[in-house]
Design a protein around this ligand. Structure first.
Ligand code: C5P
Length: 309
């Protein structure tokens, strides 16, 4: 397949995946039966396991379904190149930190302010792409970033008056600070991963296995710290029989993001996810007729407890 086809296909899949994840998360609660909730921290670990297994299958396919070749690639690229593997600990650790900062942000801001302010990550991504990858942006690209900044500033001014949830000025500052740091980490981690991908010939799926391995370790650590007692009491898989887990969607999201970074770039990824915010809002408004972002975004809070890449 031509690279421009792969680029637009991966971007379209990202828009569809993000939009359907948002809608699934909103409606999963109505589908859930009575019973214990599954642990958000264990969903993170399961998502990492799914990502790693899927990437192993993709590497297997890349090597014409030869077990011997798969074994040799995994050994050569992961085990025998510890420094290369360790490089992936950086974006992985930053993503873990970022996902927790977003949890702090969601606890202190109303959903609309959070959602729009977080789009500033497109700006940080652009600045990191220019400084770390030497990318040049055209006039219209800078102009769209400027419009984005004006939009975010307007939301900062407007949302505090319109919000249905009362947040004190103090918590607004904590929330905005958390989102701003998350914007920087999102930009840096994404561009760092892109740099690693584009500077070496190694398959994106091998890189994702390396990233996922660290994500798994960080996620497991988070699960034991946050939910250690509950895991010891009722096991890691408690609540999955009666609840609709979102781990497969999250795992798919990670894989699609990796493909987008490989075939397109981080800046386009940012605009694609912004497009999905507009799409899910329109679907909610016209098809589901229950548009109330302030209420609905609170459900996202679970997603961000120690959610590693
Ligand atoms: O908000 P942002 O676009 O920075 O979020 C990226 C998300 O994608 C993070 O939650 C990260 O864990 C995930 N990711 C992934 N695999 C990659 C790159 C990012 O799962 N290769």
């Amino acid at each position: 397949m031509a690279s421009s086809q792969l680029k637009y296909m991966s971007l379209s899949v990202l828009v569809l995946q993000t939009t359907s994840l948002v809608l699934t998360m909103r409606y999963s609660r109505t589908l859930q039966a009575e019973g214990p909730r599954y642990l958000a921290s264990s969903a993170v670990v399961l998502a990492e396991v799914m990502k790693i297994l899927t990437c192993v299958l993709l590497v297997f396919k890349e090597h014409n379904y030869s077990l011997r070749a798969l074994n040799s690639v995994l050994r050569q690229e992961i085990l025998y190149k510890p420094i290369e593997t360790l490089k992936l600990a950086i974006p992985s650790g930053i993503y873990t930190l970022q996902n927790n900062l977003l949890y702090v942000a969601l606890s202190n801001l109303d959903a609309a302010t959070y959602q729009v302010t977080y789009q500033l990550k497109i700006l940080t991504t652009a600045l990191f792409s220019v400084s770390m990858l030497g990318r040049r942006l055209g006039f219209y690209q800078w102009l769209s970033l400027l419009i984005l900044m004006v939009g975010v500033a307007l939301v900062q001014v407007g949302c505090s008056f319109m919000s249905k949830e009362a947040h004190s000025a103090g918590s607004q500052i904590v929330g905005v600070a958390a989102v701003l740091v998350a914007c920087c980490s999102s930009g840096f981690a994404g561009v760092y991963f892109e740099k690693i991908l584009k500077e070496s010939k190694q398959s994106v799926w091998v890189r994702n296995i390396q990233l996922g391995m660290f994500g798994f370790v960080f996620g497991l650590f988070g699960m034991l710290v946050y939910d250690g007692d509950r895991v010891r009491e009722a096991g890691m898989l408690q609540g999955y029989n009666v609840r609709l887990p979102i781990s497969p969607w999250q795992a798919l999201g990670g894989l699609v993001i990796a493909a987008v970074i490989k075939y397109a770039d981080n800046i386009l990824k940012g605009f694609a996810t912004s497009l999905s915010i507009i799409l899910s809002t329109l679907i909610s408004y016209f098809l589901l007729q229950d548009f109330d972002p302030t209420r609905n975004l609170n459900k996202y809070k679970n997603k961000y407890i120690i959610r590693s890449p």
